[in-house]
Design a protein around this ligand. Structure first.
Ligand code: FAD
Length: 302
């Protein structure tokens, strides 16, 4: 309920005030700022995945410009020696407007990353995108087996079945690289688990299946009980350090992040940047348990 309240309030707040809360989650508005923040993370033994902010475009021409922006980001980050890869949202490249055009754009981006022996993560958006995003992965894996991976969401009831179906893309030489997260979109109870405990239970079940299949999981969560559950599974299956990684979002739970890094676990931070920060940061503010009170207080002070 508080979450809904925050999403209703934020669009009516002065943009400077929203930015004050949002900036903790965003690396900046320019690629140079994203590179600078990424290098600082690299200095503390944290890898990155850079994301250009923006989603659900409404004109196909924007997809072309967004693709060029990604190519530019890859060239600049590689030239700067950033230790990291890249994440993208298919609807930023036109998924809901023209699937084929979207595929061609993402293909070019993956091709560019592969020229640097690097990797593109396809983020998972809301449920109308799930099948299409899985199709993108299947097609791209044929041409670039080592350079592309996907995200799956433990809150969706279909996810374990999706992981099982994708196991055909997994092999000992090139383990299938899937980021597992809880899922941030508000889905209907018919297709999604809604309770914290149930989502966590399915998260660990999905992760355990991935480890049994010797896939490469990117364990994306800031939830301490889940991190602990994941650590137990990594130990149970004796998973080597180059066969998994933890992932967290920029600006979220830095202490939990540091504890994993200090214990020697590979960890990557999602580094979003760009001018279109509003949608992304609204989702982050909704997830911050300390934020509701602060935002409401700020609103009444103005
Ligand atoms: P939660 O139960 O939400 O949070 C656990 C605890 O973490 C909270 O109690 C709090 O202490 C802390 N915390 C969490 N969020 C915040 C915050 N914003 N500010 C302060 N503290 C916080 N979702 C998708 O649907 N598709 C994607 O492609 C996707 N990619 C992701 C990539 C990465 C690297 C990560 C880490 C998350 C991604 N997500 C994605 C978001 C994910 O689905 C969750 O919405 C988000 O991670 C919060 O879930 P949680 O596992 O941290 O657990």
């Amino acid at each position: 309920m508080i979450n809904k309240l925050i999403s209703q309030i934020l669009p009516h707040m002065p943009p400077q005030l929203v930015w004050m809360f949002s900036k903790q989650y965003i690396a900046g508005e320019t690629v140079e700022q994203a590179i600078e923040k990424s290098k600082k993370l690299n200095d503390i033994n944290v890898m990155t995945t850079i994301d250009v902010l923006g989603e659900f475009i409404t004109k196909l021409e924007e997809a072309e410009a967004n693709k060029r922006e990604y190519i530019n980001v890859i060239e600049k980050a590689e030239a700067a020696g950033v230790k990291g890869n890249y994440s993208l949202k298919p609807t930023f490249l036109g998924l809901l407007l023209d699937k084929e055009v979207c595929y061609q754009h993402i293909r070019e981006i993956v091709q560019k990353a592969s020229a640097y022996d690097n990797f593109i993560r396809i983020d998972m958006e809301d449920s109308p995108c799930t099948d299409m995003s899985i199709d993108l992965l299947r097609r791209l894996k044929e041409e670039f087996p080592e350079n592309v991976g996907l995200v799956l969401q433990a809150c969706l009831k279909r996810t374990l079945a999706d992981i099982k179906a994708l196991a055909v893309l997994n092999s000992p030489e090139v383990p299938l690289n899937l980021r597992l997260c809880k899922g941030v979109y508000d889905e209907l109870p018919a297709i999604a688990y809604k309770e914290y405990e149930t989502i966590n239970q399915h998260y660990l079940e999905d992760l355990e299946y991935m480890l049994q299949q010797k896939m490469y999981p990117a364990i994306a969560t800031h939830d301490k009980p889940l991190v602990d559950g994941a650590l137990k599974l990594l130990e149970k299956y004796n998973v080597a350090k180059d066969r998994y990684e933890f992932q967290m979002l920029y600006g979220v739970t830095p202490r939990l992040r540091a504890s994993l890094v200090d214990a020697g676990h590979p960890l990557r931070v999602y580094v979003p940047f760009g001018e279109k920060w509003f949608g992304y940061s609204t989702r982050r503010l909704q997830e911050n348990p300390a934020m509701a009170g602060v935002i409401i207080k700020a609103l009444f002070k103005k």
